[in-house]
Design a protein around this ligand. Sequence first.
Ligand code: ATP
Ligand code: MG
Length: 496
Amino acid sequence: MYTKKVLLVKYGEISLRKGNRKHFEHVLLDAIRANLKPLNNEGLRVSREQGRFLVEDTSGDLDTFAVLPRIRHIFGIAGFCHAIKTTARDIDDLCEIGQKFFAAQINSAFERMDGSSAQTESGFEGMGGSLDVSPVKSGFAAAAAAAAVSFKVETKRSDKNYPLTSTEISAAIGEKILLTAEASAASEGVPPIKVDVRNPEITLWVEIRNDVYFYVNSAQARKSRNEQRGHMSYAARSRESGYNFSTCENESASVTRRLVHETGYNFSAYEKGEGGLPYGSSGKGVLLLSGGFDSPVAGYLAARRGVEIVAVYFHSPPFVSERAADKVKDICRQLAKYTGCVKLCVVPFTDTQVFLKENVPHEKLTILLKRAMLHIASRLAERERALCLVTGDAVGQVASQTVHSLASVESAAKFPVIRPLATMDKRDIMDMAEKIGTHEISARPYEDCCTVFVAKHPENKPNFGVIEKMEARFFRELSPKMDDALNNAEFFDILP
Ligand code: ATP
Ligand code: MG
């Protein structure tokens, strides 16, 4: 018999997509395995287990500090749950293990809140490898008791041969927790923790499968997850489960809630993942990537929806320095931390740009430049078998992003143009750039081609009919220049 730390990896939306579910699970499983490979740990196993993945180490406790940073940013993962897995089956053993695990969770959580032990990378401590917690520790910290933390035990029993029902299992483990808590609370002269089946602060989950799993989560984490998934309300679930071994007035719940909210403390051993869909599961798109703040965020958001990204950067030397191209490569490197790899196509744009400057009235130049970019990006998409274009446009941000301007460029694209930032405020975009780590790179001062030869007063309400007619007049001359540009493009596979 053994009991060891494992990680349960939960995925959200793909579990809703019935038809493609198998395919998505494979994409995700492959991504997790690939990201763990560099750890060179023969014992690591990732397996699919009824709507989630199990990451374990066949030689013992999982080293979550090593594992989590490698898989935290994989798209499609809704969250990670630190759990223990035990081969114990006997109800007395399960009561013992469940109680110790639960106590260790609460104690370490309150220690964290007191600041008496450093916050760890995973935000999770307290289940020492052997689960040999000292007698004092197997009781409950005075702080926990004083806050009158409420809890319940909830059992999911997929092994229908197990001799007890889920209600009986929950009741047995819950009672063991309660009795131990009462004993330690009496000796410390503080109120014990309480059961609250309707609105508990903490839930201890017990899953009876071939093996048995234990994990905890808190009201906060559960709430956000239910909101995310549109689950039935928690109250409805607990009514349905029908289990109730003693319900107490929860006088101090508000104290706990205050503690929880004021300190940002979370009892849960659940950590949110990046969300979204597995990378590549929604097809391929060409991302128009400049060195600015917006397009990297647009790329991240499209990739998070499962779109595989081929980035294209329009480079105009000598008007734009080589360092501007390096900046775009660095942005790709940062995006690759999420996607694994980004293919970048650097298109020499100078000839096209100079041609347009000489043939187009000044105030219409930006719009026609944008159209040329969409023409070339569409041709690249055809070669790459991509089916959409992605840009960092946000409605109204600059003259070339009014709806009039967007309407005037759209017909240059052969594929749907996805604009993930369309309705976002600049401030929110900047915050997101900060969060995904591209802000610092975009902030470097090198100009991009759109700032070369731009009009002082670009037209902000172009008429798309006029624009299209104008382009049609010189398109036979422009088109081969755009082909040349693409034929002379350089390609890079950029890794994190
Ligand atoms: P960004 O912050 O992404 O540069 P922006 O606010 O500067 O955007 P524009 O310069 O009008 O706005 O560009 C709008 C979109 O056109 C960009 O988000 C990007 O998708 C695309 N784009 C602009 N310049 C380039 C370029 N040199 N190479 C590739 N795509 C570009
Ligand atoms: Mg820009």
